[in-house]
Write a new protein. Structure first.
Length: 128
């Protein structure tokens, strides 16, 4: 959510995830940035090797610059991809419902840490 100053509107996506659906509907979602962020990121050394096939750049009016979306809601699909990747840092299989609002890597990492801490003794308890 970039606020009211940007025409990129909030998006929602709900899915019962399977390996097949992940490959078809989530895995191909590219990262995205606003045009106003591109130069600052490049000056910091980020994304210097990326092309239009690797990411989506949005103008301030919400239009896609020099590219096409793979899905109309590709940004939220990429947010799901990020969230899943970050939660897999917990290790092991994940089963459950995830509701995320305005999530990003920082919030996802906190969630992964909380899950890891709350489940760290589970294997020891089961083995006893």
């Amino acid at each position: 959510d970039y606020g009211s100053m940007v025409a990129l509107r909030p998006q929602a996506f709900q899915v019962r995830l399977t390996p097949e659906l992940f490959l078809q509907e989530i895995a191909g979602a590219r990262t995205f940035v606003m045009e106003s962020e591109v130069e600052a990121l490049r000056q910091q050394g980020f994304g210097t090797h990326l092309t239009a096939s690797d990411l989506v750049v949005f103008s301030e009016d919400g239009s896609v610059i020099d590219n096409q979306l793979r899905w109309p809601d590709e940004p939220v699909r990429h947010k799901i991809l990020d969230c899943l990747g970050d939660l897999f840092l917990c290790g092991g299989a994940f089963a459950g419902d995830v509701i995320a609002r305005k999530s990003g890597h920082q919030l996802n990492h906190v969630m992964a840490m909380v899950i890891s801490m709350s489940t760290s003794g589970m294997t020891e308890r089961r083995a006893a």
